[in-house]
Design a protein around this ligand. Structure first.
Ligand code: SAM
Ligand code: SF4
Length: 336
């Protein structure tokens, strides 16, 4: 999309934060049913309520024309979307886009890692909460650990610049795996981040009793490794520590113990084209009607995106003590 001098070169919200990172969910569907993310009997969107891949591409191009430099494709599970690779090829080498990245559960990587790399994906996040097959199955309800491990091997083989595991620890479920998972990451020469569970969606497990603070995990890891604080910033909310004499960094994404809203640089788009200005709030703009009513005119779309900066909230207000989720929509709806 050509640059238009009438539009700003970058998106800035009313708190002065520059938004240069979007997370786009290309499907709400998934081949797993992780207990913290989905209910067992999830209802998925009908096909005509989901953005087409062409619409996804048009959205990415509009955001990049407004100064967005980093795009993360997520879901649901992005790689179960039919022809997802078409989209990666379409946007992978866009001028102005510095980084195209993906978050995946790894189940399809065995067959798609190479093609993703060729399409221009540089970094890849793979979610992995357990190295024990039975436990992995319990957490994901249906997932197959071996398949994911083969996916991780394929990603290494494909030669991504960075591979990072995302791990969500739950007390009494997998919190004894922090050390084995870090050891696994070190053995693989890849990074790992621990994510604190967020109160999104009505899931069937009690979050405040399973919550594991990243501060506790860091304490545990520091008793085993001489972690060195890193100033590295990958454009996301994680704080990183290097494991000496290895290629591995350990990150912590801590929405509860370390609120990261003041440096927030991103917005999220759901698979039905809702532009959410904050993961933990309801402020949104529906972009799908603009895409569909004006198939050949991007002006209304671009103006809606620029206008949305006025309603980006200051931050989330997640509170684990509250019985109800902070936000009713599931993480798989908003896109992790
Ligand atoms: N299916 C892909 C995957 O699992 O990586 C991408 C989408 S998933 C929603 C993205 C990330 O969100 C995963 O790493 C998952 O662990 C995380 N996630 C899901 N529900 C969460 C919650 N309630 N709190 C914190 N993280 C959550
Ligand atoms: Fe699927 Fe990812 Fe949610 Fe697990 S965390 S159910 S893999 S979308």
């Amino acid at each position: 999309m050509p640059k238009n001098d009438n539009y700003p070169a970058s998106l800035v919200d009313s708190f002065g934060r520059k938004v240069d990172y979007i997370r786009l969910s290309i499907t709400d569907r998934c081949d797993f049913r992780c207990v913290y993310c989905m209910s067992e009997d999830m209802q998925f969107l009908p096909r005509d309520e989901v953005l087409t891949l062409e619409e996804c591409s048009r959205l990415v191009k509009a955001f990049v024309s407004l100064g967005v430099k980093k795009v993360r494709i997520t879901g649901g599970e992005p790689l179960v979307r039919k022809d997802a690779l078409w989209l990666f090829n379409e946007i992978g080498h866009l001028s102005g886009l510095n980084e195209l990245v993906i978050t995946t559960n790894g189940s399809q990587l065995e067959h798609q890692a190479q093609a993703l790399k060729q399409a221009g994906v540089r970094r890849i996040n793979i979610s992995l909460d357990s190295l024990d097959a039975a436990r992995f199955r319990k957490i994901t309800r249906v997932g197959n650990l071996d398949k994911v491990l083969r996916g991780i091997a394929a990603a290494k083989q494909a030669g991504f610049e960075k591979i990072k595991l995302n791990t969500l620890l739950m007390r009494g479920v997998n919190d004894d795996e922090a050390l084995p998972l870090v050891a696994f990451a070190i053995a693989q020469g890849i990074d790992i981040s621990f994510i604190e569970e967020m109160p999104l969606g009505l899931v069937h497990h009690t979050r405040n009793s399973t919550y594991v603070s990243n501060e506790d995990t860091l304490k545990l890891l520091r008793a085993r490794y001489d972690l060195i604080g890193s100033v590295e910033n990958t454009g996301g909310p994680a704080r990183y520590w290097r494991v000496p004499n290895t290629d591995t960094k350990v990150g912590f994404i801590s929405p509860h113990s370390h609120n990261f809203c003041e440096s927030c640089n991103r917005v999220r788009i759901t698979s039905k084209g809702e532009l959410y200005l904050c993961l933990g709030q309801e402020n949104k703009v529906d972009l799908m009607p603009l895409l569909r009513e004006y198939p050949r005119d991007d002006k209304p779309l671009i103006e809606a995106i620029i206008g949305s900066m006025n309603i980006k909230p200051k931050g989330h207000d997640f509170d684990l003590k509250r019985a109800a989720p902070a936000v009713i929509r599931f993480m798989s709806h908003t896109g992790g």
